[in-house]
Design a protein around this ligand. Structure first.
Ligand code: PEP
Ligand code: MG
Length: 369
């Protein structure tokens, strides 16, 4: 039982992490509502439709009735999708598509599994680092990661290396004052500067690889060297620990440079995963946390799809997945299949709906853009 029905925020934007967390919990969330706290009296009734981004304060009787009907229609669609949630998602032309989950904690993984996820496609490990005065050591990190991933034992799980900096700052790295953090040291850039952080994570992942079908994602890749560094260190640790089969290594495609260099990047990567939240931020030069430029944050624009197709064509045969929020919007599933996406990694509550959208789509059909 949960007492919160929806989240309304004065700050932030659809691409912000607060919005992602709300989606992961299945909570309707609207951000960027200026003066909300000052203008809404305590105890006011509000109808929240996060699909259209409208919050109706003090609704009238008619509004209430229409809203209720809309909620019931959506609940019915979601109930019927959940009935088939545990069956595989085969496209109309019989291609098996993997639908996996974005998780940050054990509850997410548990919900994902009961909703029919084929595994974990993006474990955001930042949670193990946030709110700490010192980074966790290998043992602490193992404990935290095992706890989060345990419900997915036996399934494919993909751990993303620490993506700190920019919108995910860390208390023990306060000294990194940058005037433009989104364009500064974040993700792999930070890990290259602090190799001991990278090493702890790789050792932990190698230890977990004994229990899970493990792969690794590298965040904020811009240059092929960003991947080469991780691949080399992983290989060295594998030799040192005498592990013959290493986890597969993937590059997040979330900068325009990475999308336009897939050929070079895949020399050091086994698969690619599109992070459309950051990709949109960087393609449109629109801060994902800033509601004032929300009108520029178009994650389903042709400019984004064009980059997806360029990447697909420059990396023939390389498995493509998507873990940005675009992957969780059923109206785009068919088009994404056309761009070569074969793994959709999404918020746990949305897994049944996306599996259903995939079952209604053709994989091989050429989309009509
Ligand atoms: C993305 O950028 O699309 C992504 C999946 O990573 P995050 O939202 O954690 O930055
Ligand atoms: Mg990202």
């Amino acid at each position: 039982s949960r007492s919160t029905s929806a989240v309304l925020l004065e700050f932030g934007s659809t691409g912000s992490h607060a919005a992602l967390f709300a989606r992961e919990m299945g909570l309707p969330c609207i951000s960027g509502l200026a003066d909300l706290v000052a203008s809404v009296p305590d105890g006011a009734e509000i109808l929240v439709d996060a699909d259209t981004g409208t919050a109706t304060i003090h609704p009238g009787d008619r509004q209430r009735v229409t809203f209720r009907e809309d909620v019931e229609r959506k609940e019915e669609a979601s109930r019927s999708a959940r009935e088939h949630a545990l069956s595989p998602s085969l496209t109309k032309d019989d291609v098996a598509i993997s639908v996996v989950a974005n998780v940050g904690c054990r509850d997410d993984t548990q919900l994902a599994m009961s909703n029919g996820a084929d595994g974990v496609g993006l474990y955001r490990i930042e949670q193990a680092y946030l709110g700490r005065v010192e980074p966790p050591d290998a043992e602490e990190l193992f404990g935290e990661m095992f706890k989060t991933l345990e419900p997915a034992l036996g399934k494919a799980v993909c751990v993303r290396l620490l993506d700190i900096g920019a919108d995910k700052p860390l208390p023990f790295m306060k000294f990194l004052a940058e005037s433009n953090p989104s364009l500064g040291r974040r993700g792999i850039r930070m890990l290259r500067e602090y190799p001991e952080l990278l090493e702890t994570q790789l050792r932990t992942v190698l230890k977990l690889a004994g229990e899970f079908d493990m792969s690794i994602l590298v965040p904020m890749v811009t240059l092929p060297e960003d991947m080469a560094v991780v691949k080399e260190r992983l290989g060295q640790l594998g030799r040192e620990l005498q592990i013959s089969t290493l986890p597969k290594l993937g590059a997040m495609i979330e900068t325009p440079a990475a999308a336009l260099s897939a050929g070079e990047i895949t020399a050091h990567a086994d698969f690619l995963s599109f992070g459309t939240n950051d990709l949109t931020q960087y393609v449109f030069a629109a801060d994902r946390e800033n509601a004032a430029v929300e009108g520029y944050f178009h994650d389903a624009a042709d400019a984004i799809f064009r980059l997806l197709r360029i990447t697909r064509d420059d990396a023939p045969g390389v498995p493509l997945s998507m873990c940005g929020e675009l992957a969780s919007r059923p109206e785009h599933s068919a088009r994404l299949l056309g761009c070569g996406i074969r793994t959709f990694s999404i918020a746990p509550p949305l897994i049944p709906v996306i599996k259903e959208a995939i079952r209604e789509s053709y994989c091989g059909a050429l989309p009509d853009w």
